[in-house]
Design a protein around this ligand. Structure first.
Ligand code: 5GP
Ligand code: ZN
Length: 115
């Protein structure tokens, strides 16, 4: 498994930085965003370092499918019943702040702090 020692999400995956975990398996980790926009706001990340959605290739197809299938399952588990947003910020113009691929999953009753 590849990790970038400078990457905050790789540090979370390794357990060197604490997080509130929502889900974990051998390939993926989901954890609550430290600065949530809404009552439910978590991130799904691959455990292996991949900088962004821009860098996705055919070899990542199954993993991405797994991330997409996981999102609705976890929002249901967290009690979200009235819809949610999924956001993948990509690169500088896409306002990506953490360069490790992640899907934002955001939901819960409005009003939200953002979004
Ligand atoms: P981006 O703009 O890259 O799509 O979003 C990165 C997200 O990661 C932001 O919503 C930010 O609050 C969250 N984040 C950044 N650092 C940490 C951290 O150390 N722990 C957690 N749980 N979330 C983080
Ligand atoms: Zn990383």
């Amino acid at each position: 498994m590849t990790a970038d020692p400078t990457c905050i999400f790789c540090k979370i995956v390794a357990g060197h930085v604490p997080s509130k975990k929502v889900y974990e398996d051998d390939e993926l980790l989901a954890f609550h965003d430290i600065n949530p926009w809404a009552p439910v706001h978590f991130l799904i990340v691959p455990k292996t370092h991949l900088a962004s959605f821009y860098d996705v290739e055919a070899q990542h197809q199954a993993m991405l499918g797994k991330m997409m299938v996981l999102a609705p399952r976890l929002v249901r588990d967290l009690g979200v019943t009235n819809g949610f947003r999924t956001i993948i910020n990509t690169g500088a113009d896409g306002r990506q702040e953490v360069p490790h691929l992640h899907i934002h999953v955001i939901g819960g009753p409005r009003p939200w702090a953002r979004g």
